[in-house]
Ligand binder design. Structure first.
Ligand code: IPE
Ligand code: IPE
Ligand code: MG
Length: 235
């Protein structure tokens, strides 16, 4: 079983357009599969789930879609807080949160604080997240520490760097799923996914159900994770 699954939830817009609806209709229908996936993870004993909900590049979309998406995300976070509390689930966030609207920040902050001591399961939302932005921010943090004399440049190693990332203390994802049929990473978890198994499915995110998730896990279990070694060493 993977410890940590990360998902690029893609295909909402196409799902809506296929039925002659506005793109936002697709985003509205993208909330249900989040619950389904979270429940499936918990049943299977997976401890961490990271969901790519809004990228640093998604601001380039039409204003109405961007607004609608944030309203939806803000509402979903408020609505789910009680369920997270009841089920001992902790919410974490990666991404540049400072740039969000006061309303989005407030609902997020409330949920983060309310669930901060929960231990059964961690859901990590990537909001205004970009992998390159995260790496640059970590580099700035470390450069400042070096300037302040707290660390020496030559002491910076992979562990130091990992600790300066927004995902500090979260294990790297073992499995990275992308729905919607595109075969790319789109600036998601560039550092952390170095050895993740990649799984691409044409299923559009609003249609993604428990069986689709199980199929991804089954595919993961059939992979041979050599991590740089050869088969004989791995087995
Ligand atoms: C993914 O669905 C959701 C977000 C990026 C927020 P899209 O909106 O990218 O859907 P497609 O790829 O256009 O179908
Ligand atoms: C990636 O999907 C971002 C999220 C799922 C939040 P996009 O739809 O934005 O990615 P591209 O534009 O197809 O690369
Ligand atoms: Mg897309």
């Amino acid at each position: 079983m993977p410890k940590h699954v990360a998902i690029i939830m893609d295909g909402n817009g196409r799902w809506a357009q296929k039925q002659g609806q506005e793109r936002l209709f697709g985003h509205q229908h993208g909330i249900r599969p989040i619950r389904t996936t979270m429940d499936a993870c918990r049943k299977m004993g997976i401890r961490y789930l990271t969901l790519y909900a809004f990228s640093t590049e998604n601001w380039k979309r039409p204003h109405d879609e961007v607004e609608g998406l944030w309203d939806l995300l803000t509402q979903a976070i408020s609505d789910e807080t009680e369920t997270l509390l009841k089920n001992n689930i902790r919410l974490r966030v990666i991404g540049n949160i400072a740039a969000l609207s006061p309303k989005a920040k407030r609902s997020l902050q409330e949920c983060l604080e309310a669930t901060q001591h929960n231990t059964d399961f961690v859901i990590i939302l990537a909001l205004n997240y970009g992998g390159r932005n995260e790496i640059v921010t970590a580099a700035q943090t470390l450069a400042q520490q070096a300037l302040d004399g707290k660390i020496k440049p030559q002491d910076i190693d992979e562990q130091t760097f990992a600790n300066a990332m927004m995902t500090a203390a979260i294990p790297d994802p073992d499995l990275l799923i992308r729905t919607g049929g595109e075969l790319r990473i789109s600036n998601f978890l560039l550092w952390q996914a170095a050895y993740a198994e990649l799984y691409f499915t044409p299923v559009l995110w609003p249609d993604f159900d428990e069986q689709d998730f199980k199929d991804a896990i089954t595919a993961f279990q059939q992979r041979e994770r050599r991590l740089g070694t050869i088969t004989a060493q791995y087995l």
